[in-house]
Design a protein around this ligand. Sequence first.
Ligand SMILES: *Cc1c(COP(=O)(O)O)cnc(C)c1O
Length: 351
Amino acid sequence: MTNTIEITKAQTSKIHDVDFENLSFGKVFTDHMFVCDFKNGEWQQPEITPYAPITLDPSARVFHYGQAVFEGMKAFKDDENKVWLFRPEDNLLRINKSAERLAIPAFPQDVFMEGLKALVQLDEAWVKQGLGNSLYIRPFVIATEPAIAASPAVEYKFLIICSPAQSYYSGDVRVLIAEEFSRSANGGVGYAKAAGNYAAQFYPTNLANKEGFQQIIWTDADTHQYLEEAGTMNVFFRINDTLITAPTSERILDGITRKSILKIAEDSGISVEVRPVKVSELIEASKDGSLKEIFGSGTAAIVSPISAFSYKGEVFEIPHQEERFSAIFKEKLLNIQYNKSEDPYGWRVSI
Ligand SMILES: *Cc1c(COP(=O)(O)O)cnc(C)c1O
């Protein structure tokens, strides 16, 4: 396989049709996409082509057995019009970890980085300046082989598509603590960004929505006593001035935002505990007033503050904090992402 990416430019740009002031998340895509097929036991010529629908045989295995994994990452433009990625190698390492669990072949790191940078460079005009504006980048792999035998495919497609995004204010989120449904289980695929993990969350989340809760805090599948993730985000608790989050595991996804927040917290002198957190501990802390914050963390919103949780029919409100840890982490991360501060960690990657 050659590493030189073949580029076919779009004849015209769609950018002038886009209202960048009123974007709804993930509905508009840039002019180009990255595509690479896996065939005959190897990844083929990588290409950048005009963004367009793809044609798949109805028997393509992804439709039947859900062999699909994905990533979510962002590009940011600074005040000098330079575009930056945030910890992109971590996304490649993670998509390959997810791929391994779904019996999908790994994608080479150098081709990923080269393709990603070339694609973002080509669609650079779609990355708008200003805090909160970003380009959401979605790498994904699907099993394309036309065959419905229940075994891993021998043909795949790796794609990267990009969608301009504005900062989204989800508002404060009210959550339901799961007592019955589970997102993941021991020995399962919870740590992988497998497409099916998301499909499996929609139904319980719909039920929670009907009761007035936007998200579910997932608990461990065995006992439902330990708090694991909030929707599709990692979850943090602040009890007094200690920041607490569950350790990653085969059930808990290793979020890049999560580990960045942990690093920033430690370096800011905040006391951090990475350990299992019991529902009962949260309820006690809420009752005695020591529970100050709960927030989710993920690439899309960075942090998503939670204002109330419900457990066994009882609702616990979290009083608003003047100085939220979540706001501190968000600001520090944004400053690194938008090149407004030093980046002592080497997280920022120029395209
Ligand atoms: C993507 C994802 C996260 C967040 O990961 P980031 O790398 O921080 O975006 C957390 N939990 C689940 C289940 C996820 O799919």
